[in-house]
Design a protein around this ligand. Structure first.
Ligand code: MN
Length: 306
């Protein structure tokens, strides 16, 4: 069972007790204990609060910074992993109709970790896009990194031979291997890939690649919790994705294109078809997504009305 322990002030514990008030069942040895759908929360006199259950992060993140070493039992990472010199990698844009697929690998050591902490890199998942845009250039000045950007046009060319998972696997390996070459003679203590597929799948997809990353590979979902390198990589990848949305937006007279794959995306895509013709989407979207058909239907419906 996954478990997280936070050190909290008496005031914070009081707020917590109020927050969980109708879920409380206090055992004699604790200040209080409460049970939600995601976790059991137990607060102790010492200020320690233990969150335990199927998703302790969901509750613990309301009350404090999650410890970087908060380990769930489904990872095979060494206990001191957060303090090692690690290459971490992450990707963005895979689920978004518009915009590129971006993958980034970074190398973070004991020397550079404190600077990244000061920039707020650890909380990558809580940062606004604006904040990420501000700190990405500073991260790039601080650590070695390798960013790969697959434009929508390129994505559409390779999509028929590469399924989405294989594409990601190949890109992660490539970013990591290129970064390994950049940091020679340094060798990372390990490599952490923010997990998007089974490690066996990953190995199978990259077996014919050249070069193949040399370091010891680890996989973890929510990898940014275990090492700053993944958090930094996710920020750089995200900002490159946002820049791609803006660049492609400018091509069609918009400030930016929307991210995601929802109804708003269908609407914008249909407007672009009306204005520029069907081919425009092949250049600026992940064309095989279902959004293409929906946008075409919308565009043709609108044409009939006019
Ligand atoms: Mn990821």
């Amino acid at each position: 069972m996954a478990s997280i322990t936070l050190q909290c002030s008496p005031k914070s514990i009081q707020q917590m007790e109020t927050f969980y008030t109708n879920k409380i069942k206090t055992p004699p040895y604790a200040l209080f204990s409460a049970k939600t759908d995601s976790a059991t929360i137990t607060a102790y006199q010492s200020g320690k609060v233990v969150f335990q259950g199927k998703n302790p992060e969901a509750e613990a993140q309301k009350w404090g910074d999650l410890p970087l070493t908060s380990k769930t039992e489904n990872t095979n990472l060494p206990t001191n992993f957060a303090t090692l010199n690690i290459i971490g990698s992450d990707e963005t844009g895979n689920g978004s109709y518009f915009g590129p697929l971006t993958v980034c690998a970074t190398y973070v050591t004991n020397d550079t970790a404190p600077t990244l902490k000061k920039l707020g890199v650890k909380d990558s998942k809580q940062l606004s896009d604006e904040r990420m845009k501000k700190i990405a250039p500073l991260i790039k000045e601080t650590i070695p990194y390798q960013l790969l950007v697959v434009t929508p046009e390129k994505y559409n060319q390779v999509q028929s031979q590469y399924n989405a998972v294989k594409m990601k696997a190949v890109l992660h390996n490539r970013a990591i291997a290129l970064l390994e070459q950049k940091i020679v003679p340094c060798k990372p203590d390990g490599i952490l890939i923010d997990q998007f597929t089974d490690p066996k799948n990953y190995q199978r997809y990259i077996q014919n690649e050249d070069p193949i990353a040399q370091g010891k590979l680890y996989f973890a979902t929510k990898g940014e919790q275990y090492h700053l390198s993944v958090a930094a990589a996710s920020i750089i990848a995200r900002v490159a994705f946002l820049e791609g949305l803006e660049t492609d937006g400018h091509k069609v007279g918009l400030e930016t294109l929307p991210s995601g794959a929802g109804p708003n995306v269908d609407r914008i895509a249909s407007q672009l078809i009306t204005r520029y013709g069907d081919d425009i989407l092949y250049k600026i979207s992940k064309y095989h997504f279902a959004n293409t058909k929906k946008a075409q239907q919308l565009a043709h419906k609108n044409k009939d009305w006019h």
